[in-house]
Design a binder for this molecule. Structure first.
Ligand code: SF4
Length: 377
């Protein structure tokens, strides 16, 4: 069995951001205590196996106390054969931490911090409903960088309401000045009932036109690359040795357990998703009942399609021979007729590259990845 990833969902937040569509709710200390106990119980009921990443995602996992983080890591270590150099990530919101709390998380066994920063522009943060300031985010990042974490990362968002090339460039410049090990650049997705959508209509804020947003993304990638942060996935850049080992499992058809409400896992071709509600999750764990709301055996075709979809998100692309060993067919041979019209040929360029037994999306292809990926379904 390839080494597993362990995902632990922490569904509590101090405030609800105006664009958020994640599985989360406002912090309730009593419920949080019961939830951590339930999470520990769910982990200890798992069958075990070799694991090399643990990822606390949310929600806002940094609302946990360091003792709670240590207790959950301990449960993982006592249930799974967790590798000594395992990557242990804590998603962290800047307003929840001080240097002391970060030190305590480090001592609890966290090796990688990923901050939800989103922007270094005060107006953009306010429109998103974020409760930290740019100064607080910088302070938290600098503090974490001095504490011996193996990697410090943060997230930025593009395509924000009323964001301009100037404010985006300011955010990227501030990010570069902080010299992170890893950065994620996400496009804002506006789900139908997001409060932000109504606020945008009321205030007359709009998103940058698509072409400008594409230029802003490409310009940022070029600047980051020059600073030693190479793109390795559509939305992620890293210095050498700082890719997110946990997230790479999602993109390279790896295996992972998902613990907590709404978490999903995939092991040995079986995919499951836990019940989304926090109270229902705690009640089910207490009653000794199954917490999975849905469990499916993935067909070989579904596994293959997903491996192509996810693998092509990475700049390394798909290794034809490794893929053929695993899925029993060479994907280039199978899809060559459909992929050839997209090939990157001088001088026109293209959306797909193919060399040295691998193929993948060019940067231009990543901008319009859906138009290429739809050939696999
Ligand atoms: S902090 Fe993250 S999970 Fe919580 S409300 Fe904001 S976007 Fe959603």
């Amino acid at each position: 069995m390839s080494s597993l990833g362990l995902y632990l969902h922490i569904p509590f937040c101090q405030a609800i951001c105006s664009y958020c569509n994640f599985n989360r709710g406002l912090l309730d200390s009593g419920l949080k205590q019961r939830y951590v106990s339930a999470l520990e119980t769910e982990i200890r009921r798992a069958p075990g196996g070799p694991a090399d990443t643990i990822f606390f995602g949310g929600g806002t996992p940094s609302l946990l106390e360091a003792g709670e983080v240590a207790r959950l890591i301990q449960a993982c270590r006592e249930t799974f054969d967790v590798a000594p150099g395992a990557e242990v990530t804590l998603e962290t919101n800047p307003e929840t931490v001080t240097a002391d709390r970060l030190t305590a998380f480090r001592e609890a066994g966290v090796t990688r911090i990923s901050f939800g920063v989103q922007s270094f522009d005060a107006d953009e943060l306010a429109r998103l409903g974020r409760i930290h300031s740019a100064a607080r985010a910088k302070e938290a990042i600098v503090a974490a960088q001095g504490l011996g974490f193996a990697s410090v990362s943060f997230d930025l968002m593009l395509w924000l309401p009323a964001q301009t090339r100037r404010t985006w460039r300011h955010t990227v410049d501030q990010a570069l000045a902080l010299a992170p090990d890893h950065l994620s650049l996400y496009l804002l997705e506006l789900y139908p009932n997001a409060p932000l959508k109504e606020a945008m209509a009321r205030a007359g804020w709009s998103q940058t036109p698509d072409d400008d947003a594409a230029d802003m993304y490409l310009e940022a990638l070029a600047l980051l690359e020059r600073a030693g942060l190479a793109q390795y996935e559509i939305s992620n850049v890293a210095r050498p040795g700082h890719r997110s080992r946990h997230n790479v499992k999602y993109w390279q058809a790896g295996q992972w357990f998902g613990f907590g409400c709404g978490a999903h896992g995939t092991v040995a071709g079986v995919r499951w998703k836990n019940v989304p509600g926090t109270d229902e999750y705690v009640a089910r764990v207490s009653a000794g009942a199954d917490v999975a709301a849905d469990r499916q055996v993935q067909s070989p075709q579904a596994q293959l399609e997903e491996a192509l979809f996810m693998g092509l998100r990475m700049t390394d692309g798909i290794d034809r021979a490794a893929f053929a060993d695993r899925f029993g067919l060479d994907p280039w041979v199978r899809y060559e007729a459909e992929l050839t019209p997209f090939l990157d040929v001088a001088p026109e360029g293209g959306k797909v590259w193919h060399r040295d037994g691998r193929f993948g999306l060019t940067r231009e292809g990543m901008l319009v990845s859906n138009s290429v990926l739809e050939i696999f379904v």
